[in-house]
Design a protein around this ligand. Sequence first.
Ligand code: EPZ
Length: 422
Amino acid sequence: MDCLRIQGGRPLKGEVPISGAKNAALPAMAACLLTEAPLQLNNVPDLADIRAFLLLLETLGVTYQKGPDVRQLTLSAASLRQVLAPYNLVRKMRASILVLGPLLARHGRAKVSLPGGCAIGVRPIDLHLKGLETLGASISLEDGYICAEAPKGLVGGTITFPIVTVTGTENLLMAATLAQGTTTLINAALEPEIANLAQCLNAMGAHITGLGTPTLTIECVPALKSASHTILPDRIEAGTYALAAIATRGTLTLRAPQLASLLPSALSVFTQIGAEITVEERSLTIAAPSTFSSCDITTEPFPGYPTDLQAQAMAVLSLAEGASLIRETIWENRFLHVAELVRMGAHISVQGLTAVVRGVPALQGAPVMATDLRASSSLVIAGLAARGETTINRLYHLDRGYEAVEEKLTACGACVERVPAS
Ligand code: EPZ
């Protein structure tokens, strides 16, 4: 198992190319299961989670080709071998549940392992299952597997989500494209990855309206066809580098289109901390202030502040003047990074779902352990800002969601290296 060794205290300066979004690429890859025609995806990031999802698709019988561009992936589900998503693959990545809706819609049945919980929370999928039942599926749970059937096909209906669910909306959106009649999704998630998936499905011939709103209407089409679709930039990767620029008192230009519209609340938080932001059509530049102002953050569904940038902001606010309150409202156990930041000298106390972060003048490098994907990027930010050496263990968490992280950081002046764990 590798770890990341960081010599902290160097301001990040330069440009960072922002990759395609992991959380948009995964549902778009699942969409290939809806048709026998090939689906070409552009701007797909090279990440452990993408490779794990490809392995799952391959197990189902999907074939794929990479290139000619390195970020192009063409998937073909012309003939599937099985509609069973096995436990050993699903347990490694919860997003595997995204194959359930498309398999059921096109093949009338699916058997997908229940994903189980993960470090950040219990992560139920009851709303995915209730939604599919509304579309006429019969669902039973057998030996840890979801067995879903709709032998005569799914039938459109109205699904009102009681709370916002991102992959729940995506699963139902995909399932509804082939469901007879009209389906309406009410209180659909507004995350930009949803509209990106809907664009992909529409390019494949689906009939979805209401993109970017909480009400999505899907009219049935008999079959989907071949398409080419581009994955939108990764707003969480961009936000992570922006916070790294602030923490190290540097200046970074993040290269990707649309970043300001993808990060509305995060940019307002960065400004409150004191950063200067310059938005251009295909880039965003963030310059750190000399001292950081404290700031209160509540994580919320889009367009609110993303839970996936909570841990990274905490690393920055641990260096701010005064106290900040961070409330996590999406996941019940997403403060696992706190104990590690405290090992680096941060002053943070947690009460329930609220963390009180009292700024300290400096962090000290230390050996720390990554517990989940975003916790690991928070520790990278803390390590880059800290005095001395930080070693982050369990680096595989970081590799799930950040492409070429050492290369991107080194190009901006960071001193980081991947080393085998001792
Ligand atoms: C997506 O997870 C993301 N994953 C997560 O990113 C992200 O943290 C999360 O959305 C919130 O933005 C992908 O897109 C692959 P939810 P998802 O269903 O869809 C409750 C990262 O770091 N809920 O929107 O699994 C649930 O418990 C990852 O990249 C139910 O109660 O999240 C949570 O409290 C981590 N029943 C809330 O809804 C359900 O059936 C939101 O979860 C579904 C969800």
